[in-house]
Design a protein around this ligand. Structure first.
Ligand SMILES: Cc1cc2nc3c(=O)[nH]c(=O)nc-3n(C[C@H](O)[C@H](O)[C@H](O)COP(=O)(O)OP(=O)(O)OC[C@H]3O[C@@H](n4cnc5c(N)ncnc54)[C@H](O)[C@@H]3O)c2cc1C
Length: 555
């Protein structure tokens, strides 16, 4: 059983089907509406003969601020070229250069231009091709589209044996028995406001795994993308800077010269976001709170060919023609490096439960993900999880959870519908998002994180009694919103607890009260696990270092 039909889930389904397994893939939205569809700039691989997987791996390790596990990073970067070729052969129309070869663009933190792309709709292009492949395997892969997973199931030994799902069309609830279960539910961006992530990215998989005892890892590492629209947080892809767009403060200074003299706008994301936030905090931003991204540095023809989606976004959401004038942007919440702790085959700390994609933490991104490494992560580790889970399933008999087990879930949903007098779900969600964006953002400190934690705990209490309007059964998105709020709150608390715990600055965790990186004490992962209803438990695990010893990180 695969929960989630974005790139990780669909790739896992195809790989599992290839092992001969019978597969069910569940998604709360139609699969091609999964958030992977929004991925814009591209996917990394050292496919050019002049490039090497070692160079890609080193850039990734350095980008992660040495928190990424190097065995996993090696696997991802070694397997990347074959994955691109597989996608191309399956039908993804990657950009070709004037010689007819696959063409690349530059991306942040990379020492070579190794990002393969389809204009600025790369996720859209790949997702649709995978969906075609899924339909080709329809005999083996059953698709449950617009089904919502509410809970993961365990047997008496603690093994994960499937999940409970609600059919959104009519509100019925069913047990799904599974020999192995792969979570591919995406990230948790909606715990922040604003975010580049769509409304469906609510941390369901992270929270559901956490609730049955799976360990989460690197949860403090939240990526703020350097170029999101002031106000609404929509993403302007890093592909823009890859094509040559530049950043300026309100004084007209190309300020990245101060912060990253070698890589400038193409330093890694944490570095660029901190630089922008520093400029804004020190009064060199524009009155609207932003910084200028000047895409006019890119030849207009090239922008219209390779960045056409952000031309539309600029026009429709900011009233700016980016081919003729700068657009105002600022750092905005974009990605979670942490997630459900897995090994390199996607196995979590719960037997029978796998995770892949943004829901998971392998950890290939460590403290900071390089742009265009996430699509790669979803595909490589989605495939590996699918293969492993498919093979495992062959030697197992089908579990059988009593259908009566749905009674608890149904009761919970009835209780939500019957609540009276509490705050509205949407009001709690807004306060959560704004709180996280204030205190657990680009810069953090002890006092702010403590305040944030107190607010999250209060919101958790309020969510217990949060009210909704719709009491029907057909496409009741109100009920789903109430369940999602609970998942986001669990994720938020895990993020804050981990951020409080890490008393240093590394990658996306920039503590003004602990400004330096401290390898001696903090070159380790922070693991978070459930503790009843209390504050989650913290433990540590080692970082795997193979070839690259930590050193000072400059760009
Ligand atoms: C605007 C934007 C642009 C990006 N551009 C790039 C890029 O150019 N390159 C790059 O490498 N990365 C990029 N990223 C990051 C990347 O797109 C994501 O990290 C990645 O696509 C996540 O894929 P996924 O398969 O893990 O999850 P998703 O694509 O988010 O899929 C999650 C799936 O889980 C399902 N689901 C969730 N909860 C439930 C539930 N309770 N029950 C049933 N189903 C559920 C959803 O329906 C969906 O099918 C971008 C991200 C954003 C937001």
């Amino acid at each position: 059983m695969i929960i989630g039909a974005g790139l990780a889930g669909q790739r896992a389904a195809l790989a599992a089907a290839q092992t001969g397994a019978s597969v069910a893939i569940v998604s709360k939205v139609h699969p091609v509406r999964s958030h992977s569809v929004a991925a814009a700039g591209g996917i990394n691989a050292a496919l050019n003969p002049e490039d090497t997987w070692e160079s890609h791996a080193f850039d990734t390790v350095k980008g992660s601020d040495y928190l990424g596990d190097q065995d996993a990073i090696e696997i991802m970067c070694r397997e990347a070229p074959d994955e691109i070729l597989w996608l191309e052969h399956a039908g993804v129309t990657f950009h070709r250069n004037e010689t007819g070869h696959l063409g690349t663009r530059a991306f942040g933190g990379a020492s070579a231009a190794r990002t393969y792309y389809v204009a600025d709709i790369t996720g859209h292009a790949i997702l649709h091709v995978l969906y075609e492949q899924l339909m080709k395997h329809a005999a083996q892969v059953d698709r449950y589209e617009e089904w919502f997973t509410t809970d993961l199931l365990q047997d008496d030994t603690g093994r994960c044996v499937g999940a409970i799902c609600r059919d959104l069309r009519d509100g019925t609830t069913q047990v799904f028995d599974a020999k192995s279960t792969i979570l591919a539910c995406g990230g948790a961006g909606q715990a922040y406001k604003p975010t580049t992530n769509g409304l469906i990215v609510t941390g369901d998989g992270i929270a559901q795994a956490f609730r049955i005892g799976a360990k989460l890892m690197d949860m403090e590492m939240i990526q703020y993308h350097p170029t999101t629209l002031v106000g609404n947080g929509l993403l302007i892809t890093e592909g823009a800077r890859g094509e040559g767009a530049q950043l300026f403060n309100a004084e007209g200074e190309r300020f990245m010269e101060k912060y990253a003299p070698n890589k400038l706008e193409l330093a890694s994301r944490d570095v660029v976001s901190r630089a922008e936030q520093t400029e804004i905090n020190e009064g060199r931003g524009f009155p609207d709170g932003g910084i200028a991204l000047d895409v006019t540095k890119v030849p207009r023809r090239r922008t219209l060919e390779a960045l056409r989606e952000i031309v539309n976004i600029g026009r429709d959401f900011a009233g700016v023609d980016i081919t003729r004038e700068p657009i105002h942007i600022r750092p905005g919440q974009h990605y979670i490096m942490g997630g459900v702790k897995t090994d390199v085959d996607g196995q979590t700390t719960i037997p029978g439960l796998y995770a892949a994609g943004e829901v998971a933490c392998v950890s290939v991104h460590g403290g900071n993900r390089l742009g265009a490494n996430s699509l790669l992560d979803t595909l490589i580790f989605g495939r590996r999880a699918g293969e492993h889970a498919g093979r495992l399933a062959k030697d197992l008999s089908m579990p059988s959870t009593p259908a009566a087990r749905v009674a608890d879930t149904e009761r919970r949903i009835r209780d939500i519908m019957n609540r009276q007098g509490g705050r509205r779900v949407s009001a709690i969600k807004d306060e959560l998002g704004e709180t996280m964006n204030k205190y657990a953002a680009v810069f953090r400190d002890e006092a702010g994180l403590q305040t944030c934690h107190q607010i999250v705990r209060r919101l958790k209490d309020e969510a217990e009694n949060a009210t909704i309007d719709d009491r029907g059964t057909v496409f009741n998105q109100d009920v789903i919103g109430a369940l999602e709020l609970g998942y986001m709150l669990d994720c938020a608390e895990a993020i804050v607890v981990a951020a409080l715990e890490r008393k240093e600055s590394r990658g996306a965790q920039s503590r003004t009260d602990y400004p330096g990186r401290n390898d001696e004490e903090w070159l380790k992962h922070i693991d978070i696990s459930v503790n009843g209803g209390d504050v989650p438990k913290v433990s540590y695990s080692p970082v795997t270092i193979t070839k690259w010893q930590p050193e000072e990180r400059t760009y």
